[in-house]
Design a binder for this molecule. Structure first.
Ligand code: UDX
Length: 437
């Protein structure tokens, strides 16, 4: 099938590449000519395991092209995916300017019956708005469908190729048939393709992300309480997750959720609630808990050291989670800004996100070439992202480098009992060593 993908960002690139990999003829277009030139050379501007190899192979085999000519790509496509960015707008709702502009351009460019599928996370009702634009501007019939993505950064290829479900909000049988054919290689009986009304599909995306964010904030609240009552949040997590009605995923307490989706989608859903006079109290609390959580370790450090001015802190991890270089809404930003604001110095290390972090912090942060260099002469270590290379460090080397053996761990990567035995003052989330209680 001939496919056009508008927007060669994270979602567009993964969608286009995976659809090329399943045998379709895919053109990805973007207005950023520099980005397109790099992609044409086979350079992928984002860090996503396995993506660059897949892009190159499909380019070589002629199924995947990159360009800036939207009209040409759309004119030959049967399905056009809109995967342009939806940054946070002024009132917290998703900013639709790029989506609407792209839709207008697509409308002018269609040359036969076309399915236009929205991949960008858009407020409920947007597919309807785009359908209206098509009705006004397109010279051929267009069906607009909502096809939200549920990709996790760092596991995006796997998520696209083996999805829990594919959600398609479509109003016509013709569009449903085309979408079913397109996704057939990725869905089997146990991986359903769920057809519904476009508005419901749009809501699914927000509701799913809000639910996951709720689980995380809930566990962060429970973890705080565990600290107070002397329970162990990790044991509690296991006990709670074992209930099949609850399940294990997304119950890890930590330093708060970040990334390009949860914070933005929670805000956007709250804005939708406000617009329709529905008070989403629970979701407001989810957001409030997350803000508190991002400051949790910092307040522990203040409690431990008192004044932080003049102190030096090593920071392990800058990305909002492992296996990505993405720093959008990363808790590391809150931690580092907090430390700098209190007059401390920061020596940070991340396996892949340092280039981005350098753009964000410039000279204000020292970037270390490795995890141990970040500890040289530091008063304590903050673990902010749970990269697997941080999980089994050389504790003796750490102790030799740190001025005092103090660790603030926002991701519970170490065992409190072992840390106590090693002689560390160890602060994590919801856990205390049994021997220290
Ligand atoms: C998320 C959704 O999972 C995905 O379906 C959607 O399409 C986009 O948003 P992503 O932002 O890539 O994906 O990251 P995810 O792995 O979901 O983690 C989000 C945040 O929650 C991270 O900051 C992570 O550290 C945090 N998290 C996750 C926890 O604090 N605890 C958990 O148990 C799980």
């Amino acid at each position: 099938m001939r496919i056009a993908v508008v927007g060669a960002g994270y979602v567009g690139l993964v969608t286009g590449t995976c659809l090329a990999e399943s045998g379709n003829d895919v053109s990805c277009v973007d207005t950023d000519a520099g980005k397109i030139e790099r992609l044409q050379r086979g350079e992928v501007p984002i860090y996503e395991p396995g993506l660059e190899e897949l892009v190159r192979r499909n380019q070589r085999e002629g199924r995947l092209r990159f360009g800036t000519d939207l009209a040409q790509a759309v004119g030959r496509a049967k399905v056009v995916f809109l995967a342009v960015g939806t940054p946070e707008g002024e009132d917290g709702d998703a900013e639709l300017r790029h989506v609407i502009e792209a839709a207008e351009e697509v409308a002018r460019a269609v040359k036969h019956y076309t399915v236009v599928a929205t991949k960008s996370t858009v407020p409920v009702g947007t597919a309807g708005r785009i359908q209206e634009i098509m009705g006004r501007r397109a010279r051929f019939e267009v069906d607009v469908v909502s096809n939200p993505e549920f990709l996790k950064e760092g596991a995006a290829l796997e998520d696209f190729q083996r999805p829990d479900r594919v959600v398609v909000g479509a109003g016509s049988d013709r569009a449903r048939r085309i979408m079913r054919e397109l996704y057939a290689p990725f869905v089997r009986t146990e991986r359903p393709i769920l057809f519904m009304e476009p508005r419901s599909a749009e809501m699914v995306k927000y509701a799913a992300n809000a639910m996951l964010a709720t689980r995380i904030s809930f566990m962060n609240d429970i973890a705080l309480l565990c600290e107070k009552v002397g329970a162990d949040a990790e044991q509690v997590r296991r006990g709670v997750g074992a209930d099949t009605r609850i399940g294990y995923p997304f119950l890890f307490p930590g330093i708060g959720y970040g990334g390009s989706c949860f914070p933005k989608d929670v805000k956007a859903l709250l804005a939708t609630g406000r617009r329709h006079g529905v008070d989403l109290d629970l979701l407001r609390a989810v957001e409030k808990t997350n803000e508190r959580q991002k400051r949790h370790l910092l307040s522990r450090a203040v409690r431990h050291f008192g004044d932080l001015a003049g102190r030096v802190f090593g920071v392990w991890g800058l990305a909002f989670k492992p296996r990505t270089d993405d720093m959008r809404e990363a808790p590391s930003v809150e931690v580092i800004e907090g430390l700098l604001g209190k007059g401390a110095r920061v020596q940070a290390y991340d396996p892949v996100a340092m280039e981005r972090a350098r753009r964000r912090f410039g000279e204000r942060v020292t970037f270390a070439p490795g995890p141990y260099e970040a500890l040289e002469g530091a008063d304590a270590l903050f673990v902010v992202t749970e990269w697997s290379e941080f999980r089994n460090p050389d504790f003796d080397r750490m102790k030799a480098l740190l001025r005092a053996p103090v660790v603030f761990d926002g991701r519970n990567v170490f065992d409190p009992e072992e840390m106590r035995e090693q002689g560390f003052s160890y602060f994590c989330v919801g856990r205390t060593a049994a021997g220290a209680r």
